[in-house]
Design a protein around this ligand. Structure first.
Ligand SMILES: NC(=O)c1ccc[n+]([C@@H]2O[C@H](COP(=O)([O-])OP(=O)(O)OC[C@H]3O[C@@H](n4cnc5c(N)ncnc54)[C@H](O)[C@@H]3O)[C@@H](O)[C@H]2O)c1
Ligand SMILES: O=P(O)(O)OC[C@H](O)CO
Length: 299
């Protein structure tokens, strides 16, 4: 008799728990995190790492050290659920994972997906991005009927879109918080889409990823709703709150904060025009949002 494949989610934050809920609809799915949680099928890290299939939902900035300290490759198939770019090095997550997992064994989840809706079983569409279609075909049956999955080979496009939209969601939250109006917000979001596509093109991303679920889909979701943590950071900044205070109140990760630093660094290094992301980075460092608005309107 063939052994049933085993599957585990690593990271029991909002997204890890939502994915655990979703995958548990069809098969037993383990979950683990740094601190024990009262969740069905919670297990220790070693048991999770011994599973055939892993979904890793650890924030982007913690990933490098987490992999170094914990990860041992045992031919597991991995889906990455994080959305961000490593700020200290400007590395994309696929570059960080490349030291641990071969490209045939790894995929990246993208698309509009608030954990709070997924954990209620509300319908949603996700893209599984991998150079290996076989990997997609192996993961696809794990997803429940309320999640429609699509396949793309554009790993870098998905990564750029998922990370960049978090920065644009901060900008959009600022726009809302300053009561600049719906015209301004729609302009910001659509110019943001052009900006993230320009940035992605530099690294080999496909245009089609930006007009699909990974780009426009996730951007429209995150940059238009206070359900987004990044959007709420923007709302707070517009009300002159200090970043530390905003993040403490949030109590969850807002990837756009550090990703704005990474984009700033990469756009300087590769000479890419990224005006909105740059202003977000400067506002996070203390520039007044009103001054940023003037600079954006006149650039
Ligand atoms: N929440 C969502 O709706 C959503 C949807 C799609 C993608 N994401 C992405 O998923 C990732 C995780 O987001 P989240 O919503 O679960 O965040 P969260 O703030 O709810 O939880 C983060 C989790 O990471 C764990 N963690 C933090 N530092 C760690 C470390 N050094 N080692 C091990 N574990 C560590 C925390 O214990 C926590 O369980 C982010 O990259 C986010 O952008 C989130
Ligand atoms: O709450 P946010 O801003 O981290 O966004 C969550 C998801 O990435 C939406 O797809």
């Amino acid at each position: 008799m063939t052994k049933k494949p085993t599957i585990a989610v690593i990271g029991a934050g909002k997204w890890g728990q939502a994915l655990h809920f979703a995958l548990s609809q069809k098969q037993e799915t383990l979950i683990t995190s740094r601190t024990p949680r009262d969740i069905k099928n919670f297990t220790d890290l070693q048991t999770a790492l011994n599973c055939d299939y892993l979904i890793i939902a650890i924030p982007a900035q913690q990933l490098k050290s987490w992999l170094k300290e914990n990860f041992v490759f045992k031919n597991q198939k991995v889906l990455v659920a994080s959305k961000g770019i490593e700020a200290s090095t400007g590395e994309f997550l696929n570059e960080i994972y490349a030291d641990y997992v071969p490209s045939s064994n790894i995929g990246f989840i993208s698309g509009p997906s608030f954990a709070a809706e997924v954990i209620q079983g509300l319908p949603c569409a996700l893209v599984l991005n991998s150079t290996s279609k076989k990997l997609y075909q192996e993961f696809k049956p794990f997803f429940p009927s309320f999640i429609k999955t699509y396949y793309s080979t554009d790993v870098i496009g998905a990564e750029v879109a998922g990370a960049y939209k978090n920065v644009l969601a901060i900008a959009s939250g600022i726009c809302e918080g300053l009561n600049l109006g719906k015209n301004a917000q729609a302009s910001l979001i659509s110019r943001g889409l052009v900006e993230m596509q320009r940035f992605g093109k530099n690294f080999g991303a496909k245009k089609s990823s930006f007009i699909g679920l990974s780009g426009a889909g996730d951007l429209f979701l995150t940059a238009s709703s206070p359900m987004s943590r990044n959007y709420r950071v923007g709302l707070g900044l517009a009300k002159d709150k200090k970043l530390d205070e905003i993040l403490e109140e949030l109590g969850e990760v807002a990837e756009g904060v550090k990703t704005s630093e990474a984009i700033y660094k990469l756009s300087k290094e590769y000479n890419i025009y990224t005006p909105i992301a740059n202003e977000v980075k400067l506002i996070l460092e203390g520039k007044s949002p009103q001054d940023s608005l003037k600079d954006l309107l006149n650039s």
